[in-house]
Design a protein around this ligand. Structure first.
Ligand code: UT7
Length: 332
C-alpha cells in the first residue's frame, strides 16, 4: 500500500474584534440589508491594532496540534496573502512560536486558493517521506490591506486562521487526501490585486494613490469563481471515482453565499449539502476552507464518513479542488 497523507488534526481561530454589518453601515454608504442579501455575510472579525497574521496562525496551529494529540510537527506551511512582512516568510516565525524552531517552514501564496495549494504541498511532503507530521495553516488578516473606505471589500472580508495536521497513512482511511486538481490563469492577475509594494512597483518608481490597498473587480471575479470552482470540483470528484450525487458535503471557499449556491446548481448538488460559515466570519481568504471545516466539525454539520469535496478560487487567478472522506477529529 503506498504512503498517503491523512488529516489527523483540525484547528481554527478568529481574532477578538467583532464587526457587524450594522457597524459598517454606521460609517460607510452600505446597509445590513445590502450586505446580507448580496453576500450572506452578517459579521466578521478583524485584528485589533498590533495583531498580525502570525498571531492568527499560531492560535490555529496550536489548536490543530492539540486536536491531533501532538506537541510537534516536522514541517510548517502557512498559506497567506498578508504575511507579517514582505520578507521573510511568516511560517518560520509561526514554527518558532509554536516551539518548533529548526523544522522546515515556508509560505505558500495563492490568495484564496492558498490553503488547497498548501495542503497539496504538505501532502506531497508526507507521501514522499520527506516529513511525517506536517502542520498546514491558512491565515490571513485582510483587514490590514483593505481600503477602509471601500464598501465592496470591507463588507466582504474578515480575518482568521485555520489549520490541519497531516500524518502518513493509507489511501483507504478516512482523512486520506485522494488527489488535487489545481490551476491558474495569470492573465487574470488584475482582477484581484495589491498593485504597490512589490518589485514591479518599486522598480518602476512612484505608485498611484490607493495602490497600496487591495482591489477586486467583484462582478468578474464572481463569474470566474463559479465556473472555475464547478469545473475543479467535478474533476476532483471524477478522479476520486465519486458521482456528484454521492457527495455529502461541499466545502467551497466562503466568498459569497450566492457563489456557493451557483456552484452547487452547476453541480446539481442540493443547497443543503453546502457547508456555510461565511455568515459568521465573512471571507477569510486562505483561512476560509480550514475554518469552515473546523466550524462544521465542531457543530456536527460534518460527520465522520461524510464524502467531502472542497474547492476554492482566488487571486492569480488560481483555483483548485480536492476530495476526502471526513475523519473522526476533535475540534478544540
Ligand atoms: O475571495 C476571492 C474571491 N472573491 C470572490 O469570489 C468575490 C466575488 N464577488 C462578489 O462576491 C461580489 O461581486 C461582491 C459582493 C464583491 C459585490 O456584489 P455584486 O452584487 O457583484 O455587486 P457589484 O460589484 O456588481 O456592484 C453593484 C453595486 C455597485 O454600485 P453601482 O456602481 O451600481 O452604483 C457597487 O458600488 O453595488 C454597490 N456595492 C455596494 N452597495 C452597498 C458594492 N458593495 C456594496 C456594499 N453596500 N457593501
Amino acid at each position: 500500500m503506498s504512503r498517503t497523507a491523512v488529516m489527523c488534526g483540525i484547528g481554527g481561530w478568529v481574532p477578538p474584534t467583532l464587526v457587524t454589518n450594522a457597524d459598517l453601515a454606521a460609517r460607510l454608504d452600505t446597509s445590513d440589508e445590502w450586505i446580507t442579501t448580496r453576500t450572506g455575510i452578517r459579521q466578521r472579525y478583524v485584528v485589533p491594532p498590533g495583531m498580525s497574521t502570525s498571531d492568527l496562525a499560531v492560535e490555529a496551529g496550536r489548536a490543530a496540534l492539540k486536536s491531533a494529540d501532538l506537541d510537534s510537527a516536522d514541517a510548517v506551511i502557512v498559506a497567506t496573502t498578508t504575511p507579517d512582512r514582505t520578507c521573510p516568510a511568516t511560517a518560520p516565525t509561526v514554527a518558532s512560536r509554536l516551539g518548533l524552531a529548526g523544522v522546515a517552514a515556508f509560505d505558500v501564496a495563492a490568495v484564496c486558493t492558498g490553503f488547497l495549494y498548501a495542503l497539496a504541498t504538505g501532502a506531497g511532503l508526507v507521501s514522499t517521506g520527506q516529513a511525517d507530521r506536517v502542520l498546514v495553516i491558512g491565515a490571513d488578516a485582510f483587514s490590514t490591506i483593505l481600503d477602509p473606505g471601500d464598501r465592496s471589500t470591507v463588507s466582504v472580508f474578515g480575518d482568521g486562521a485555520g489549520a490541519v495536521v497531516l500524518r502518513p497513512g493509507e489511501a483507504t482511511e478516512p482523512g486520506a487526501l485522494a488527489g488535487f486538481c489545481l490551476g491558474s490563469d495569470g492573465s487574470l492577475a488584475d482582477l484581484i490585486t495589491v498593485r504597490a509594494g512589490g518589485s514591479e512597483q518599486r522598480s518602476a518608481g512612484a505608485a498611484s494613490p490607493g495602490d497600496e490597498f487591495f482591489s477586486m473587480q467583484g462582478r468578474e471575479v464572481f463569474e470566474h469563481a463559479v465556473s472555475k470552482m464547478a469545473v475543479a470540483a467535478r474533476t476532483a470528484a471524477e478522479r476520486a471515482g465519486w458521482r456528484l450525487d454521492e457527495v455529502d458535503r461541499f466545502v467551497a471557499h466562503q466568498a459569497n453565499v450566492r457563489i456557493l449556491r451557483a456552484v452547487a446548481d452547476q453541480l446539481d448538488l442540493d443547497h443543503s449539502r453546502l457547508v456555510v460559515d461565511l455568515d459568521r466570519v465573512g471571507n477569510t481568504a486562505a483561512a476560509s476552507i480550514p475554518l469552515a471545516l473546523d466550524h462544521a466539525n465542531a457543530d456536527g454539520t460534518l460527520r465522520p464518513g461524510d464524502r467531502v469535496v472542497a474547492a476554492a478560487f482566488g487571486g492569480g487567478a488560481t483555483w483548485g479542488a480536492t476530495t476526502f472522506v471526513w475523519p473522526r477529529l476533535r475540534s478544540i
